[in-house]
Unconditional design. Structure first.
Length: 184
């Protein structure tokens, strides 16, 4: 199987590929890094920024349409964020607890996963959003420290690059998967 993950899902995907090489034929990591733990103040500032952003959501949203409008829609990104809400009797709510989300981010980003990254034996594709959170230095380090790693950058793309630049995202992932098929 080919495992694909973005952001925290990218960390999860790389950990799965490192732990279960027997199941993973290819790995795509989008705007995520195995780096972490080196700068606790930076990590905390990032987590606080995410928390502040989530706390600005006017929950419950009165309607799905109101959520789409809040997320600057109509757009693919706004629709995706609205799809992550659940309808309850008093309105539309996130499917997650903010404090649990922030604890999860703190824990995930406070650890370094470089040793796990270096154990990955399958071909890997790192997709860096030009305006995302994966730094150019970390992306280059992933290529240098990975075994069969290729880097693709999407200039101008934001962190949610699959929503921001869906055609480019689809193209680079399809090319990667097609190359895996041809290598069989």
């Amino acid at each position: 199987m080919v495992v694909v993950g973005q952001s925290l899902g990218g960390q999860t995907a790389l950990l799965f590929a490192a732990e279960r090489p027997d199941l993973v034929r290819g790995l795509v990591v989008a705007d995520a890094s195995p780096a972490g733990g080196d700068e606790p103040d930076v990590i905390e500032a990032d987590v606080v920024k995410v928390g502040n952003s989530l706390r600005r959501w006017p929950v419950p949203f009165a309607s799905r349409k109101a959520a789409v409008e809040f997320f600057d829609g109509p757009s693919l990104c706004a629709e995706a964020w609205a799809d992550g809400l659940e309808h309850r009797e008093d309105g539309w709510w996130p499917r997650f607890d903010i404090e649990v989300m922030l604890r999860t981010l703190r824990e995930a980003f406070s650890q370094s996963y470089w040793e796990d990254w270096e154990r990955i034996s399958c071909p890997s594709l790192v997709v860096r959003a030009g305006n995302g959170s994966l730094s150019p230095a970390d992306a280059q380090a992933m290529v240098a420290r990975g075994r069969q790693t290729r880097l693709v950058e999407l200039p101008g793309a934001a962190h949610d690059l699959h929503l921001d630049r869906p055609a480019d995202w689809r193209r680079v992932v399809t090319e990667f998967v097609d190359a895996l098929r041809q290598a069989r």
